[in-house]
Design a protein around this ligand. Sequence first.
Ligand SMILES: [Zn+2]
Ligand SMILES: [Zn+2]
Length: 235
Amino acid sequence: MIKNIKSFITSNFSKSGDVKNTYYTELLETFDTQGCVICKLLEISVLKYLENLLHEFTMDPISRREIREAFGYCKKHTEQLIEVTKNTNQRLSASIVAEDLANYFIKHSKKLLKSGIKSGTGVFKMRRSCPICKYYSKHEKMYISEFSKGTTKEEFLRKFEGSPGICLEHLIKVSKSIKDRTALKRLLKPQIAMIEETDHELNNFIKKFDHKSSERITDNEASAWYRLFERINSR
Ligand SMILES: [Zn+2]
Ligand SMILES: [Zn+2]
């Protein structure tokens, strides 16, 4: 049983080889699913973080202080917290966190009123970064590091070549730490093939749509624009 969110996070960043291998194994196992493997794993990590927060960590003083000092999460992660709360029906836990935040906001704001607000400095200049964003970037670094190391292994590259590739953002980040030119080429080739296929469908759609052709537009052609944007800048 995880004792608190701090140990949960720390355990994922332990220097032990076993934990590091977990990232590698997760990458290998997740290659079979759709989309960018790194985005997918990060999405799962954040989801687990929020579920753990609602199940076990709402009474943990360290976690609550982190949330307070950041005045809650960023917009994206607040939306996710709301969604996870609704899906898991953990309204009591969410209310405890929300009440904590309300108290902190009131206390902080009243202090400001008393001490006098200076214009141009902002009222929450001490706001800390979103704890989930910090958690996300730490995990992202680990996945990118293990991904880059993986490109020196044949089993890893074979799995990658059979997968739908990674998003542009992660391709750029991963490629920055790969020194081997052959590995870089093997990383780029499946990406090019996939974009070429989507490009072909985009061309077909534009041609058929523009010329009011009698040829039927396929579902894949109609959704190609979405898949391209999703692939390039999402997952
Ligand atoms: Zn990605
Ligand atoms: Zn965030």
